[in-house]
Every structure is written in C-alpha cells, then in structure tokens.
Design a protein around this ligand. Structure first.
Ligand SMILES: Cc1cc2nc3c(=O)[nH]c(=O)nc-3n(C[C@H](O)[C@H](O)[C@H](O)COP(=O)(O)O)c2cc1C
Length: 163
C-alpha cells in the first residue's frame, strides 16, 4: 500500500508544500509530474495531488501539459487527498479553482481531507463544494503565516487514511 505525492508548480510554492507534507508524513515519495513520469501514478494506491491555479481559474501550465493523459488514468480504487495553492485577494472569483478541476476528474476514488472555508475571503471557487474545500488550500500570497499550521492540521487529519 504505497503513498505518493504528485504535484506541479510554476514558481515553486506547490513543491515546498509537497515536501513539507512528505516530511510530516515521514518522508513519503514526492514526484513533480511530467509526461514521462505520469504513469507512475499507477504504482500508488494512495495519492496526494497538488496544483496551483493560474490564468483565471485554470490548471498551472505543467498540469495542463499532462492533463489529457491524466484523464485516461483510473482512480476508482485509490484513496486521494488534494491540495491547492491560490491567491484569494488577487483572484477572488476563481480562488484555488484548479484543485476543484482535478477533484472532478478523480472523484470516482475515495477523496479524503476536505477542509473548512473559514478563515479565507473569496467570492467563488471551483474547489468549494457544499461549503467545504475539496482539499487543503494554501495561500502563500496573503496568508503564508498560516501555512505551517494549516499543513499540520490537515496532515493529522488524513494521516490514518493516507499511510
Ligand atoms: C498570472 C497569474 C495568474 C494567477 N491566477 C490565479 C487564479 O486564477 N486563482 C488563484 O487562486 N490564484 C491565482 N494565481 C496565484 C497562484 O496560484 C499562487 O501565487 C500560487 O502560490 C503559485 O504557486 P506555484 O508557485 O506552485 O505555481 C495566479 C498568479 C499569477 C502570477
């Protein structure tokens, strides 16, 4: 029962969060997704997937690059936790929406790690479903002082299911 963290990033923030999550879970595998290693997802039955939002509510470029192949993968029997990065002040109408786009694609699996929207200010987000975020939301642009605690709380919550 292997656990792997897969992420893409444009300026490095998602990579830092991925490594922090890995450290807190006990140094599990961290893989920056690209076309060559995408099929490695099949090697893991427990996944943490991270993405930042770019454009106006879109996947960051590196996730766009693998998107068609990603959509061919089967997530049915996997346990999956998601994390996303966004900027709630700069993009309040599409805050962290990329995580919601991924959620729609993987939700046939068992999704864990939903979080409260309390403490964030935004108007709309594809990651917000029934008043919950579909994963961990990190805002390094406006709330980096909250990041450590948010990661810790989330890791503690998902730990027993994701390891
Ligand atoms: C051109 C540009 C577009 C962005 N678009 C969005 C957006 O639509 N929604 C959002 O929540 N954040 C948006 N962001 C903020 C990034 O998601 C945020 O800075 C994130 O921490 C970047 O993470 P990364 O370094 O892993 O790519 C945007 C940032 C830039 C510079």
């Amino acid at each position: 029962m292997a656990t792997g963290i897969f992420y893409t990033t444009s300026t490095g923030n998602a990579g830092e969060i991925a490594r922090e999550i890995s450290k807190q879970l006990g140094n599990i595998d961290v893989i920056e997704l690209n076309k060559e290693n995408l099929s490695k997802i099949n090697d893991y039955d427990k996944l943490i997937i991270g993405v930042s939002t770019w454009g106006d509510g879109e996947l960051n470029d590196d996730f766009e690059d693998v998107w068609d192949d990603f959509c061919q993968l089967n997530f049915n029997n996997k346990t999956i936790a998601l994390f996303g990065l966004g900027d709630q002040e700069g993009y309040p109408d599409e805050f962290c929406s990329a995580m919601g786009i991924i959620y729609e694609q993987v939700k046939a699996g068992k999704i864990i790690g939903f979080t409260s929207t309390d403490g964030y200010e935004f108007d709309s987000s594809k990651s917000n479903i029934d008043d919950k975020f579909v994963g961990l939301v990190i805002d390094e642009d406006n709330q980096d002082h909250l990041t450590q605690q948010r990661v810790e709380n989330w890791v503690n919550e998902i730990k027993s299911d994701i390891l």
